[in-house]
Design a protein around this ligand. Sequence first.
Ligand SMILES: Nc1ncnc2c1ncn2[C@@H]1O[C@H](COP(=O)(O)OP(=O)(O)OP(=O)(O)O)[C@@H](O)[C@H]1O
Length: 286
Amino acid sequence: MLLEAKHLTKTFGSHVAVNGLNLQIGRGSFTALLGPNGAGKSTTMNLLIGLTTPSLGQVSYADQVKRGVVFQNSVLDERLTVTENLQIRAKQYRHVAKTKVAAVSAELGLTAFAHQQYGTLSGGQKRRVDIARALLNDPDILFLDEPTTGLDIQTRTAIWDLLRHLQRTRELTVVLTTHYLDEADAADSVYIIDHGSLVAAGTATAIKTRYAEDVLQVTSSDVDRLRARLTVAPTECDGNRLIFKLSSPQDALEVLTTNRELITTFEFRPGTMDDAFLALTGREMR
Ligand SMILES: Nc1ncnc2c1ncn2[C@@H]1O[C@H](COP(=O)(O)OP(=O)(O)OP(=O)(O)O)[C@@H](O)[C@H]1O
């Protein structure tokens, strides 16, 4: 285990921002801390990186783990170019070679805008530079606080692709926070946090299988006959349309294949992380 947190708790006055969190981060894994605004993700991240002291509980790292951090608000100078920013950062490390800035810039696809002022870059370009800054020291683990917030869907996907690439090629351990539920599908491990407490943990698939129901919608020319034959009760019936909430795609196949001559059209939607979040907390994550 590269990092472990036990009973991690942080209170601000009477407010419990993080409540008894247990986390385990394996070497080379990709972990997403998922939760709505104010859930306690940034506080958790600050506790993990040692920027905040826990009120209770502890964080322990394996020996000699180098950390890199991408903060929610960039720490780079808007008026300096990408290269200037990275060079200043590189000089702060004793063991970082002079060639490192060019190498990391090439690896992260920054070369085309390396001489542009940081402040004039697009949101996605800025994020890449922020990540490059955090990689100059060749960390073993990279923490990113909401790296995709405010970016459009294509740019969000590109940032995730880049992080997955870095995970593979550098054997980097990645821990990020996000409030975009759909993003968690691409993580190896997901921790859902709500009101400072852990509400679910595991792979996205395991969480969805356990908490999110699949939805099957069918239309029939003879709804009454179909209903009489069903072994699973629909949750909704609207004219010639029946809606089922099912626990697996196999259950949907069962309904479809045993009643195929009575079904005119159908639509199947696998359970999503949004459904899981709703089932876990009783509300949608907006
Ligand atoms: N220094 C502080 N003093 C008092 N309250 C704080 C402090 N830092 C965080 N909080 C509170 O703790 C709770 C969790 O905040 P945190 O920033 O960790 O949430 P978050 O999940 O990262 O939210 P967001 O997605 O909006 O960044 C919030 O209610 C916040 O107001």
